[in-house]
Design a protein around this ligand. Sequence first.
Ligand code: ZN
Ligand code: ZN
Length: 407
Amino acid sequence: MNNKDSWMIADLHIHSRFSRACSKNINFENLVKWAKIKGLNLLGTSDFTHPVWFSEIKEKLVEKNGLYYYYQDFPFIISGEISLIYTQGRGRRIHLVLLVPSIKIAEKIHDYLDTKGRRDYDGRPIFKIPCDEFVRDMMAISEEIEIIPAHIWTPWFGVFGSMSGFDSLKECFKDQFENIHAIETGISSDPEMNWRIKELEGKAIVSFSDAHSFWPFRLGREATIFQKTDSYKGIIEQIRNNTFIATIEVDPAYGKYHWDGHRICSFSCSPEKTKELNGICPVCKRTLTIGVENRVGQLATNPDGFKTKNAKYFYKILPLHEIIALAIGNGMQSKKVWDIYNSLIKKFQNEFNILLDVPKEELLEKEVNDNLVNLIMKNREQKIKVQAGFDGEYGKVLLGEKQSTLI
Ligand SMILES: [Zn+2]
Ligand SMILES: [Zn+2]
């Protein structure tokens, strides 16, 4: 691994308070405060298409040397997500992350979108534009715009999603395939799973959080580690040339769509079990929502365990809140968990430092509880067991006995 002083840990897919189901307290002040606590070094603004949020971007962020946009001393890249819903043979629903070089280009994208529909009702607006047409139109505005298919495996809005996605990127992006340089794994898949898809071998595999709040168990839970750079261009080049350092992932079982199941029926199962059940929910007798692991299996062209040539190192680590909650047996958002979290941040600067770096001896020296230290180490060794999420329900870190019997 490279020298960590050269790292720039970035979360470029998040949301503002104007996106559906997002915290109403998301503003730049809170984002920067919690990004620093998490140990992030660069954020996407999110939701640049939203008129009110965009006016805040213009008012609160300062452009320095035309490179990044700063809130105080913290850099941002202009970013957003759009939802394309259209028919190509059957109904398709695809989310795309956009990275945008400047306010000026953002405004040109606004002008374009305004000819197609409205963008004021949600931070992630919906348009009826086919993906290939959208990419072509963006490239006509500026070739510096980066378009990244978001959380590509989620059943309803991923480009490979089981419900309204495609079986291949080419089928989706057609002649614009080469203008897609990267895909986002989403919480429910990790790079290893994506290495099984031959078509992705020439694409960079990036990770971001898609956070709907600024709490550190959401913001930066997945992120991409870039070589430190002082410009938008420096980031985009690393994506396009696949020269960034690594990604940070959670256990894909932690995501909301890892396994198959029905949330309302409280039923979930592995892809093998789904096969036995002929895809039918034993509770309600309707078709199960097929999750990410199953879908990867359907589309995989490379064997399980295959490693692509351009594979990046990736960390697989659960948020610190989960680990503290596991250590003391309290809810993740309880006061006790927060008290311990805050004292750890005071001692060790930021969460990524604690999760990835601080040596065991130093944790013990500074009087961190033995049990918690052991779990922090187990988290680094990927030995914390997670019950797989399904049909919109997050995966759960197994508690108490269940955890120890499985380790
Ligand atoms: Zn999305
Ligand atoms: Zn059911």
